[in-house]
Design a protein around this ligand. Structure first.
Ligand code: UGA
Length: 441
């Protein structure tokens, strides 16, 4: 099938690559010429396991192409994905300017029936806005062409995006059009094996499903973080509590890991956006407001432990940090807890010596060169000359470090662990003072 994807970000690029892999003929359109040129040369703008070979091989095989030429893209695809960004605007609601600009562009160039698919995470009612924008543009140009707008949200996780797209848990199709549904069933048939994963529903429910899923997951995390704070004050160990409740299949083990707060481009933005759009329809989303508030506070947690330990003064200290990305297997630093920590430490007059397996360039790009930030090439070298160690991201490579070496190199044998990687008893045996989340003060 001929497919066009507008927006070569995370969602657009991964979706395009997996569709090409199963044999669809895909053209990706982006306004960023530099990005397009780089992709053609095999440079993938994001770190995502498995994505580089997938994009390269499909580009070389001619199944996916990249262009800034919107007219070419629109002429190509019978289905046209909109996968551009929806950044939060000032009040936290999703900014639809890029989505609507693409809708307008599609209308300007289309000469035959198109199925326009909203893949970006967009507030309930956006499909109607896209429809209105396309219809209005067609009318102003005096064009008599038909179209459908479908909501088809994406559920991929960064770090596992290729696999999530290749083997989705569910494929949500929001449409009332039988012909559009038929076309999307055909488009997704290579991904819909073993059992039927396609769930067809009305457009608004599809749009809300995406937010409800992310908000539910964010709620689980904030709930556990709140439990960890309570456990800490009551002398309980949250890791025992986690195992104790996870064994109930109604609760489950997934997404109940306490930590130094959730980050990324999705949970913080989507929780905020749903709070704002609920307010817009006269509803105050109290649970979600609390989810956001708890997360905000949780990101301060490591700094609070540090300040408490040092009696409120870390001026002149050098802090080794392991893990900067918002989670493992990505170089994404958006809303990462490490940023809150580093910025707090800098304000308090401390220096940071940091290592991350993938996010070093991104950190450099965000913070530039500064005297109080030293980005080093290995986790061991981050310990050189450092006073204590903080772990912000649970990369696999941090799970079994050389504790003797850590103790030897740090001036204070002290670890603040925002991801609960180690057993407190074991740390005690190594003679390391160990702070973790919700495991006793
Ligand atoms: C999230 C959802 O998991 C995807 O299903 C969704 O498609 C995506 O947003 C999106 O809307 O595009 P992602 O942001 O890539 O995916 O990352 P997650 O793996 O969900 O992790 C989010 C944050 O929660 C991370 O900071 C992670 O450290 C934190 N987390 C996760 C916890 O603190 N505890 C947990 O138990 C799980």
């Amino acid at each position: 099938m001929k497919v066009t994807v507008f927006g070569i970000g995370y969602v657009g690029l991964v979706q395009a690559a997996v569709m090409a892999e199963v044999g669809h003929d895909v053209v990706c359109v982006d306004v960023d010429q530099n990005k397009v040129d780089k992709l053609k040369q095999g440079h993938i703008p994001i770190y995502e396991p498995g994505l580089t070979p997938l994009v390269k091989s499909n580009y070389e095989a001619g199944r996916v192409d990249f262009t800034t030429d919107a007219a070419r893209g629109i002429a190509h695809g019978e289905v046209v994905f909109i996968a551009v960004g929806t950044p939060p605007d000032e009040d936290g609601s999703a900014d639809l300017k890029y989505v609507l600009a693409v809708a307008k562009t599609i209308a300007e160039h289309m000469d035959s029936h198109k199925i326009i698919i909203n893949k970006s995470t967009v507030p309930v009612g956006t499909a109607d806005k896209v429809s209105a924008k396309v219809a209005e543009t067609l009318e102003s140009l005096g064009k008599n062409v038909t179209f459908d707008v479908v909501s088809n949200p994406e559920f991929l996780k960064e770090g596992a995006a290729v696999n999530d797209c290749m083997r989705p848990d569910r494929i949500i199709i929001g449409t009332e059009s039988e012909s559009a549904e038929k076309k999307l069933r055909e488009l997704y048939s290579p991904f819909n094996r073993n059992h039927d994963k396609i769930i067809v529903m009305d457009i608004r429910s599809a749009e809300l499903t995406k937010y409800a899923a992310n908000c539910m997951l964010a709620t689980k995390i904030s709930f556990m973080n709140e439990m960890s704070n309570i456990a800490e004050l009551m002398g309980a160990d949250i890791e025992n509590v986690r195992r104790g409740i996870g064994s109930d299949p109604r609760i489950g083990y997934q997404f109940i890991y306490p930590g130094c707060g959730y980050g990324g481009s999705c949970f913080p933005k989507d929780v905020q956006a749903l709070v704002r759009s609920a307010t817009g329809v006269g509803y105050s989303a109290k649970v979600l407001e609390a989810v956001e508030e708890v997360n905000y506070a949780q990101k301060e947690k490591l700094f609070e432990y540090i300040m408490r330990h040092f009696g409120g003064d870390v001026k002149g200290k050098t802090v080794a940090i392991w893990g900067l990305s918002f989670k493992p297997n990505t170089d994404d630093m958006r809303e990462a807890s490490s940023r809150v920590l580093m910025e707090n430490l800098w304000k308090a007059g401390a220096k940071v010596k940091a290592y991350d397996p993938e996010a070093m360039e991104e950190t450099q790009r965000i913070y530039g060169s500064r005297d109080d930030l030293d980005l080093v090439g290995t986790k061991e070298s981050a310990l050189n000359g450092a006073d204590f160690l903080v772990i912000c991201t649970e990369w696999q490579a941090f799970r079994a470090p050389d504790f003797e070496l850590i103790k030897e190199k740090l001036s204070s044998p002290l670890i603040f662990d925002g991801r609960n990687l180690f057993e407190p008893n074991m740390m005690l045996e190594y003679g390391l003072h160990y702070y973790a989340i919700g495991r006793g003060l």
